[in-house]
Design a protein around this ligand. Structure first.
Ligand SMILES: *Cc1c(COP(=O)(O)O)cnc(C)c1O
Length: 217
């Protein structure tokens, strides 16, 4: 099942769009299967779950953190993740920077945009993205490489389009600024229900769980 699902998605994604398997609540075995089927990026929402899966799957794939990262989990997180997609405050970026400097590494991060302006969701408001990036600039061990958004959930993926458009506009505004140490490469948008619309609006990382692994329990 997982193998067929991955093959099908990979076939239909246009060149230059990377498939992430969003792996929350999946077993290490399922994640390994996805990796063996051609998925090159695994997304994890929880550090502890990622550590367990990492033990089995290892550096065969890239590991992206896509959940809400608590400060006290940063030390562990920077040891396994290749990218943290959900930076939405200077405090979090500062903690990542501090821990990465201890390990002598530079962490690629995406800034998470709360494109739906939903009070219960994480991420910076669209108009706050640029100033946060300016604040992150001096941090030597954190490198901004793009933006990520969830957007509100809809039954009809067309309803998600305006939120992807808004995030892409921020991306396109920031990219030509060529800020020092910033490389606007990645736009991570779209899930099982909405990834086709997200790709049409410029996403080059799509985060897919259900369509790869089946419904979550
Ligand atoms: C769970 C999750 C996804 C994938 O959701 P599906 O609808 O199962 O494809 C994508 N992004 C994030 C941040 C998630 O938490």
């Amino acid at each position: 099942m997982i193998e067929e699902n991955v093959k099908k998605i990979l076939e239909e994604l246009p060149p230059g769009v990377e498939l992430m398997a969003a792996a929350k609540s999946r077993t290490p075995k399922e994640i390994l299967r996805a990796a063996e089927s051609g998925v090159k990026i695994i997304g994890e929402n929880y550090v502890q779950e990622a550590l367990t899966a990492f033990d089995v799957v290892g550096p065969l794939v890239k590991w992206h953190f896509i959940g809400h990262l608590q400060r006290n989990k940063v030390k562990k997180a920077v040891q396994i993740f290749d990218m943290i997609e959900t930076v939405d405050s200077l405090e979090l970026a500062g903690e990542i920077d501090k821990r990465c400097s201890q390990y002598g590494r530079i962490m690629p991060v995406l800034v998470e945009i709360n494109s739906g302006r939903e009070p219960q969701k994480y991420g910076v408001l669209p108009e706050e993205a640029e100033s946060l990036i300016h604040e992150i600039l001096p941090l030597q061990n954190v490198k901004v490489e793009g933006l990520m958004t969830m957007g509100p959930m809809f039954g009809d993926p067309e309803d998600a389009r305006p939120f992807f458009v808004e995030t892409r506009k921020i991306f396109e505004k920031l990219r030509p600024l060529s800020l020092p140490g910033v490389e606007m490469k990645y736009l991570s948008m779209g899930m099982t229900n909405s990834y086709k619309v997200a790709v049409e609006e410029g996403a080059n990382i799509v985060r897919i769980g259900t369509k790869i692994f089946g419904p979550r329990e």
